[in-house]
Each structure stands twice: as structure tokens, then as C-alpha cells.
Ligand binder design. Structure first.
Ligand code: PEP
Length: 249
């Protein structure tokens, strides 16, 4: 099974997100994409809209881009895991590098969040990845394994967890597409240490239609987490079609 997902980040109105979801519902259908688990992670304002348009039995999972570790309380501006679930989210993304850089997300808060997400029966999408400096020093494997260990060590059951390896130097408009050999060591290390204990190890960062097939064939990659290239629904559908072809051999 390959996991193919996108985060809309801070884009799309509710109407735009609903339009995207409606196209997805039509194109993916009720039966889904054989061998592929698609997911979409809209802004918090659109989670309920997207979940409603896709429908309760949709083969496309819906997620939230962040949630607090507490179930409720005086945390202005935050949403909780139960609130995200109530809106229709089945996945909660945590530890994205933009949240680590701009909003004070740390390995410690990620560890708290992963426990809350699992306690509520949802799927944590744990993002990890090294900066350009760490990459240049050749310390990527140690750094990323450390991030994941901080989040998951001590948990009895991590079988629902998705790990998304997203090198910071590859993410977003200032990122660059990686060569397969530049991500192979970290993916191999994650796969060796966590592959049997988590649901999937995904790659993310400057994925698009041109490199999706190549990246999906890197040994240990169980899926892709896509930003910009999937904000247009046709881009997402095209990457889903590539994944289907890869699964089909
Ligand atoms: C991301 O930020 O998680 C991401 C994958 O972005 P992009 O695909 O746009 O590089």
C-alpha cells in the first residue's frame, strides 16, 4: 500500500476546498485507487467541509495540519484532537518544519501530541527532517532518527503512525528536488528502525509529477507527502495515477 497525501497549508477558502474535494470524490470514486491510500489535509476551517463533501465512507482520508496535546482548555488559537476528529479528521499532522521554525514546535511537544492523537484513535503523521546545514555535515541520519526517537520511544504501539521524512532543504518554494541517492540513507535508516513498527514511511519535499515515480521507487519509501504540486487537484490526481502504476509494477 502506498500512501499519497497533500497538505493545503494556508491556502484555499472553504468553497475552493469543497470544489477540490468534489473533484476527488468523482475521480477517485467509492472504490478508491487500488493499492493506494490517498489523504488530504486542508486548513482547519475547511476540514468539516472537505470531510462532508467526500462523505463518511470515502476512500480518501482527511486530516488536520496541527492539534494541541491537551483535549480542551484555555489555549487560544489552537484546536484539539477531539475537535479535529469531530470535524472529520482521521489524521493529524505534527512536527512539520514550518511549525518547528515559526511556531515553536519541538520534539517535546511532538511527543506529547503523538500520544494524544493515538489515545483518541487517530493517525499521527509525524514529520521529521534535517536542515541544509545538517545535511551538508553528513549528519542527516543521526538527526532524523533522533527526532523520531524523541516522538515515539516508549510507546507500546506505534502501528498507526505515519512517518514523513521531509528534508528542510527540499521543502517549499526555496527547496530543491532531491536526487534519490540524497534521501536514500535516511529512508533506509527509518525503514530499518521503524518500518515494521509504523504504518508507513513517506517522503515529502518538492515532489511533483516529474519525480513522483522515481521517489516512490527509492527502497523503503511507502508513499509521498506533497505540498504545492498537489494544490491543483489535477496535480494530485496525476501523482495518484503514478502511484497506482508503481503499485501495479
Ligand atoms: C511540505 O511542506 O510538507 C511539502 C511537501 O511541500 P512541497 O511539496 O511544496 O515542497
Amino acid at each position: 500500500m502506498l500512501w499519497i497525501g497533500t497538505s493545503f497549508k494556508m491556502t484555499k477558502t472553504r468553497a475552493q476546498a469543497a470544489e477540490y474535494a468534489a473533484r476527488l470524490r468523482t475521480e477517485v470514486g467509492r472504490d478508491g485507487v487500488p493499492g493506494v491510500q490517498p489523504f488530504v489535509i486542508p486548513s482547519a476551517t475547511s476540514i468539516a467541509e472537505v470531510a462532508a463533501v467526500l462523505g463518511g465512507d470515502s476512500p480518501v482520508l482527511v486530516g488536520a495540519q496541527n492539534a494541541h496535546w491537551e483535549d480542551a482548555g484555555a489555549w487560544t488559537g489552537e484546536i484539539s484532537v477531539p475537535q479535529a476528529a469531530d470535524a472529520g479528521a482521521r489524521i493529524v499532522e505534527i512536527g512539520h518544519s514550518e511549525r518547528r521554525e515559526h511556531f515553536g514546535e519541538t520534539d517535546a511537544t511532538v511527543a506529547l501530541k503523538v500520544r494524544t492523537i493515538l489515545r483518541h484513535g487517530l493517525i499521527p503523521l509525524l514529520c521529521c527532517g534535517e536542515s541544509a546545514d545538517v545535511f551538508a555535515r553528513g549528519d542527516s541520519v543521526e538527526h532524523v532518527l533522533g527526532q523520531v526517537a524523541e516522538a515515539l520511544d516508549g510507546l507500546a504501539d506505534t502501528s498507526r503512525v505515519l512517518i514523513a521524512y521531509e528534508p528542510v532543504w527540499a521543502i517549499g518554494e526555496h527547496g530543491r528536488q532531491p536526487r534519490p541517492d540524497e534521501i536514500a540513507d535516511v529512508i533506509a535508516a527509518l525503514s530499518a528502525k521503524w518500518g515494521d513498527r509504523v504504518a508507513a514511511v513517506l517522503y515529502g519535499g518538492s515532489v511533483d509529477q516529474s519525480n513522483a515515480g522515481t521517489l516512490l521507487r527509492v527502497p523503503g519509501v511507502d508513499g509521498l507527502f506533497v505540498g504545492r504540486a498537489a494544490w491543483d487537484v489535477d496535480g494530485f490526481l496525476s501523482i495518484l495515477a503514478t502511484a497506482r502504476a508503481v503499485v501495479g509494477g
